[in-house]
Structures are given as structure tokens and as C-alpha cells.
Design a protein around this ligand. Structure first.
Ligand SMILES: [Zn+2]
Length: 509
């Protein structure tokens, strides 16, 4: 057996004690009735690897309420005869059970589970520990998404940002705009050498409700994104009247940034947004809706009579300022529906006249400068800098044979990304909700490659966002990762296993 235990993310405190917990078979579990759902999910997770696990009076794992702990915190005490887990509520119990699941995945062998006696005290540094999946450029099946969510929750990742729309496909049903799924969810084949992918599909309301419930049972909040006013080709292909030129448009089968965006001068665009928001409010319980706002090109607005009329009415002088006018309007529409808007960091630009409401959350992706500026202005911020390891579509390692696109995000970069930067005042730092990794899928045309791009970088992110800063130690992480990747193997996940990116630590596959 292991004399020490290796966990990812590293807990706040592990105290080793005398003795050994060792039983035959997997330990039966019981707990307070309020933890019924968490215990049920834990049993199902173990079932996948080991078959049944018992529940009942002879329980060796006991889950109990301790209201002195903070909401996501847990305390795990492994003693010679029993394992006691305490938390104030379901999320803490779930995190504690995932820590136990990690130990079982690495230590349970030949029908025995030998564990050192320890006390673990644990709670997260940041409340937002996120993962974004682009389901437009590649349509991921509900089963693939659920498989990823389950594996993410092993690492206490607790936010799933679901990118549902983009130029290359619309995946969300909106009852009053049926063409979005009839036409907007399909594009011409994209031919990749040795591979043809049709890129078609959408999620039914039942699919979405199922995924949201599956995530909730794992204490993951699902935040939907519809990306407007740019990245709108799929919308325009269905409803060309929402564009400046009237088309013709198509669901794009190439990648990049396209000049056709939603027309800023057409009020029907806001009827459309309202219908989308109503659909989202019905399907997603999260407080947040992500409205995109990235990579808008302004040349259509410059040359459109309706957009120019809007400019004159709003007292703005340049077309690019219309984006701030739109963002403010969309944020208000969401606030009227009891929701808070999140936007990519472009929403901060040209906001001198139409100031972004303070409650709008800024997701900083073009490095951390957008997040530094936004938090300085009083906005809540999620850090997801592409330059610091948060873009999972980038290669793990700079080699031609590695899958990936546009850049390199090493495991080391992901690990060392800190959402709070030295430039921030204490007030600004208090507005940092946490961080997130994003998997864009232009070149991720298979579910298994999504796993390869995600693991182990998301393991590094989880420790960067969960573990107290003073305990962060990349070399220690790299050692624990050797054990941890065997757990992910047991779960059948495809993983990158090459160079982790810290100078002098190069290793072979
Ligand atoms: Zn226009």
C-alpha cells in the first residue's frame, strides 16, 4: 500500500495518524438522509468500475452533517474501522466522496482497500472552477458531455460553460425560431484528410434537461452561452433579415471570424434575443447566461443604413460603440429575467458612453489584461487567459504530431495560472470569481480527442483554483499526477502523457 496518499487537487491539510484502514471488498456506505443523492451518485460511479457497493447498517463510510463547515468544505477522517465524512451540505459531501473515489481508484486492488489513517480538511480557494466546451464547431453527443462532466467532478470542477452557438452550428432549440435547429444546426461537410465530418446536430429540450440534472447531481452548475452579435452565421443562414445586407448567408463550414454579424439597427434582433433568453431561462437554472460578445467585426455596421440610423439615435459616433449599446441592452433584458450576463472581455471596449452595468461578469480570454481592467472597474471576473494555459484547443507541447491549433498551453502553464495578479488591488482581487479552461473544437473532431486535450490540463487547473496558493508546488503535483493518471486510465479516459512544460523536466511518453 501507499504510505502517503496522492490527491489532485491537493487538499488544504492532510494529517497522517497511526494505523491502517483495511477491509475486504469496497466499504459499505450510509449517511444522513439529506445526502441521499450524493451517496447514490457515488455508488453509481463505483458501480461503473467495480460492480455493486453495499449500503446499510454495517456501513464503513459514514456521511454526517457538520454545520460548522463552509458550503463546499468537507472533513474526511479515515480510521482503522470507519471512514467518517462531514460537510454542511451536499456539495461538501460530494467533494469528499470524490476524494474517496480517487483513493479507491488508485488503491483498491485484489479485493482489498488498504488506506493509511488520515484526517483531511479541505475547502476551495475559488468558487468558480470552470470548463467550457464548444459544441458548435464539433457536435458532442449528450453521452460524451456527461462522461466529461463526471470526470471533471472527480477534480471538484463545479462550472460547465456550454458554448451552444457559433458560425458553424446552432445547437439550442428556441420554440419560436424553429429554423435555428432545422437549418442552423447543419453545415456542409468539412473534409479533413482521412476524415469527413458532417457537423450536424442539436440538443433537444430533453437532452438539455438531462445534462443539467446530471451536472447538478455532481454539483456542477451549467452556464449556457449564445454568442451574439458576432459569430452569427448560423443564425443569419436561418433568418437573413437579422443581418445588415440580407444575405445570402450559410452555416459556415470554414473557421475564422466572419464579417456578417447581427444588424445593430434592426429591432427584430432584440425580439430574437428575447426568445433565446426565454428558452434559456426555462432550461437552465443557473443565475448566469453568457452572451458571447467576442470578435465582432464592424464593417457591416459602418455601411448599413439601419445601423447608421441607430448611431444617430443613440448619440454615438463610431459603429464599434454600438457593441456596448447592444451589450447594455442584452444585460438589461437578462436582468429583467432574473439573470446575470457574462461576456468575453471585448464587452469592455468602447463603453465610455454606454457603460457596462457593474454586475456584468467579464471573462478574460485575451490574456489577463481584460480581467485586470474589469476588476479595477468593479466587475466580477473569471480568468481564462489563452496566453496562460487556459486554452485546451492549443497543443500540449510544441511538436508537429501533437493535436491542437493556434498555440501551446503546457500543463505547467495551466498549473501556474493564477486568477489574482500582482496588479490587482485587494478590492479588485475580491471580485475574482475564479478561473476556467476552454476547449474550442475547430480541430477536435472526435470525442476521444476532447478527452486527450482536456486531461491532464484540467487536473492542473483544478489544483490551481482549489488548493491554497501557499501549497501550490508543481513538482509535487507532477509526482502526484503519475498516480492520478492511473485513476483516469481506470475511468477509460484518453490522456496526454508527454512533456509537462517545466524546463528541465522533459520526459518521454
Ligand atoms: Zn445593420
Amino acid at each position: 500500500m501507499a504510505l502517503t496518499i496522492s490527491l489532485v487537487p491537493q487538499p488544504v491539510s492532510i494529517q497522517y495518524r497511526q494505523g491502517l484502514f483495511q477491509i475486504k471488498g469496497l466499504p459499505p456506505i450510509q449517511g444522513d438522509e439529506v445526502f441521499h443523492r450524493e451517496i447514490q451518485v457515488f455508488k453509481e460511479q463505483l458501480q461503473q468500475n467495480y460492480g455493486g457497493i453495499e449500503a446499510g447498517a454495517a456501513a464503513k463510510i459514514r456521511c454526517s452533517k457538520d454545520l460548522s463547515l463552509s458550503p463546499e468544505a468537507y472533513r474526511l477522517s479515515i480510521e482503522p474501522e470507519t471512514i467518517n465524512l462531514y460537510a454542511a451540505c451536499g456539495s461538501g459531501i460530494y467533494h469528499g466522496l470524490q476524494t474517496l473515489r480517487q483513493l479507491i481508484l488508485s488503491e483498491y486492488r485484489d479485493g482489498l482497500l488498504p488506506l493509511p489513517c488520515v484526517n483531511i480538511e479541505d475547502h476551495p480557494r475559488f468558487g468558480w472552477r470552470g470548463f467550457m466546451l464548444d459544441t458548435s464547431r464539433h457536435f458532442y453527443t449528450p453521452d460524451c458531455i456527461k462522461n466529461l462532466l463526471d470526470a471533471l467532478s472527480l477534480h471538484h470542477i463545479n462550472r460547465f460553460h456550454w458554448h451552444l452557438t457559433d458560425d458553424q452550428g446552432w445547437r439550442l432549440p428556441v420554440p419560436s425560431y424553429p429554423l435555428l435547429t432545422e437549418i442552423g444546426s447543419r453545415r456542409k461537410n468539412i473534409k479533413i484528410p482521412h476524415h469527413v465530418y458532417t457537423g450536424a446536430g442539436f440538443y433537444t429540450e430533453a437532452d438539455i434537461q438531462d445534462i443539467v440534472a446530471y451536472a447538478q447531481a455532481r454539483h456542477i452548475e451549467v452556464i449556457p452561452e449564445i454568442d451574439i452579435p458576432g459569430h452569427a452565421s448560423a443564425i443569419l443562414a436561418c433568418y437573413p433579415g437579422l443581418g445588415c445586407t440580407g444575405g445570402p448567408y450559410q452555416v459556415e463550414d470554414r473557421y475564422g471570424i466572419f464579417e456578417d454579424v447581427l444588424c445593430a439597427g434592426n429591432d427584430a434582433v432584440f425580439d430574437f434575443a428575447a426568445a433565446c433568453f426565454d428558452a434559456l431561462v426555462t432550461l437552465f437554472p443557473s443565475q448566469y447566461v453568457h452572451i458571447g460578445g467576442d470578435e465582432v467585426w464592424f464593417n457591416r455596421w459602418n455601411n448599413c443604413p439601419k445601423c447608421q440610423k441607430r448611431l444617430a439615435e443613440t448619440g454615438l459616433s463610431t459603429a464599434r460603440e454600438l457593441q456596448s449599446w447592444i451589450t447594455v441592452k442584452l444585460a438589461k433584458m437578462l436582468a429583467d429575467r432574473g439573470k446575470t450576463a457574462i461576456g468575453w472581455d471585448e464587452v469592455l471596449e468602447d463603453t465610455e458612453t454606454y457603460k457596462l452595468p457593474k454586475e456584468v461578469v467579464v471573462m478574460s480570454w485575451r490574456g489577463s489584461k481584460g480581467g485586470i481592467e474589469a476588476s479595477g472597474l468593479g466587475h466580477p471576473v473569471i480568468m481564462s487567459p489563452n496566453s496562460e494555459g487556459c486554452y485546451l484547443d492549443y497543443k500540449h507541447y510544441d511538436a508537429p504530431e501533437e493535436p491542437g491549433n493556434l498555440g501551446v498551453s503546457t500543463v505547467y502553464q495551466t498549473y501556474t495560472m493564477d486568477p489574482i495578479t500582482p496588479e490587482m488591488s485587494n478590492e479588485a482581487a475580491a471580485l475574482i470569481l475564479g478561473g476556467q479552461c476552454n476547449l474550442w473544437s475547430e480541430l477536435i473532431y472526435a470525442d476521444r480527442i476532447a478527452e486527450y486535450m482536456t486531461f491532464p490540463r484540467i487536473c492542473a487547473l483544478s489544483e490551481g483554483l482549489w488548493t491554497p496558493k501557499e501549497l501550490k508546488d508543481f513538482d509535487g503535483f507532477a509526482q502526484r499526477l503519475e498516480v492520478h493518471q492511473k485513476r483516469l486510465d481506470q475511468m477509460g479516459l484518453l490522456q496526454y502523457r508527454g512533456y509537462l512544460g517545466k524546463t528541465g523536466k522533459k520526459r518521454n511518453n
